[in-house]
Design a protein around this ligand. Structure first.
Ligand SMILES: Nc1ncnc2c1ncn2[C@@H]1O[C@H](COP(=O)(O)OP(=O)(O)O)[C@@H](O)[C@H]1O
Ligand SMILES: [Mg+2]
Length: 262
């Protein structure tokens, strides 16, 4: 079954794109056919993370110039990328018709061709972002251990739980300079979220701050450059824990597609 995994954060610059890019590589290495979707249309740089310039983007699909299947870029044997038009408009600005068209094409293409679809969302809490996030089977929320960041993570979880009845979240603590302190802070934060939002939220992993991750951007992804590194091990744990968790069956693109038509 195709599994859709969403990466959101609220606050920008917390490491979502870095996480999604590296996980895409790890799923590909694990022989899972994976599609990475750049949901950050305002500042989309998922393709740049790989040092690629896209010929076609989501906009090409929406303008009806090409089917979605012809707009994805092949990164390697098991990894494809659907790039964003960058600076044009975002999911939040799609008309209902455009959004439905994109869902329809993604659903048709995804369920046939991919094991995993990773959506790297734009930062901020826009209605359109939430709608795409809601279509996922698994919800990864990325935050740093800073209050400004986890307060935004809280706001995303609040909206997804209240508006879309999503109850299960995976938290990734990114850009951590002091791991033990970060774990303590995020454990406290999760306890608050569980109490006030009535959600299940688990700490998936902590990713340390490391300048090599900055240098990898636009070149080879970190996990390719440093396959035996401790950070790669942490990223691999993220991948395998998401794989082993049973996704909620009633979510996913088809579920969403059904609900917007009912
Ligand atoms: N673990 C890390 N350590 C150091 N820098 C990182 C780490 N993860 C990401 N970065 C850097 O932080 C910046 C923002 O990361 P990015 O993945 O683009 O965040 P987002 O997608 O949430 O906006 C980039 O310059 C990136 O290279
Ligand atoms: Mg990003």
């Amino acid at each position: 079954m195709t599994r859709v995994i969403s990466f959101s954060s609220g606050k920008g610059g917390v490491g979502k794109t870095t996480l999604a890019t590296n996980l895409g590589c790890l799923w590909s290495k694990a022989q899972r056919k994976t599609l990475l979707i750049d949901g950050d249309w305002a500042l989309g740089k998922l393709s740049l993370a790989y040092g690629l310039r896209p010929e076609w983007t989501i906009q090409t699909v929406l303008e009806g110039k090409k089917p979605l299947s012809e707009c994805v870029m092949r990164i390697d044997d098991h990894l494809d990328l659907l790039a964003s038009p960058s600076g044009v408009m975002g999911f939040e600005e799609l008309t209902e018709e455009q959004r439905n068209q994109l869902f329809f094409e993604l659903d048709a293409l995804g369920t046939k061709n991919y094991d995993r679809i990773l959506i790297d969302h734009s930062s901020g809490i826009h209605w359109g972002v939430l709608q795409f996030a809601a279509a996922a089977h698994q919800h990864v929320v990325v935050t740093t251990p800073e209050p400004t960041s986890y307060m935004d993570a809280y706001a995303i979880m609040k909206l997804l739980s209240k508006r879309f009845a999503i109850r299960d979240f995976w938290l990734v603590g990114a850009l951590c300079t002091r791991l033990r302190e970060a774990e303590r802070t995020l454990n406290k934060f999760m306890e608050t979220a569980r109490t006030h939002l009535d959600v299940r939220v688990q700490l998936l992993e902590l990713i340390p701050w490391d300048s090599r991750l900055i240098k990898s951007f636009g070149n080879k992804p970190f996990v390719d450059n440093y396959p035996n590194d401790l950070i790669t091990e942490r990223l691999e744990r993220v991948r395998s824990r998401l794989d082993f968790a049973e996704p909620k069956k009633f979510h996913g693109l088809q579920y969403f597609f059904d609900t917007i038509h009912s």
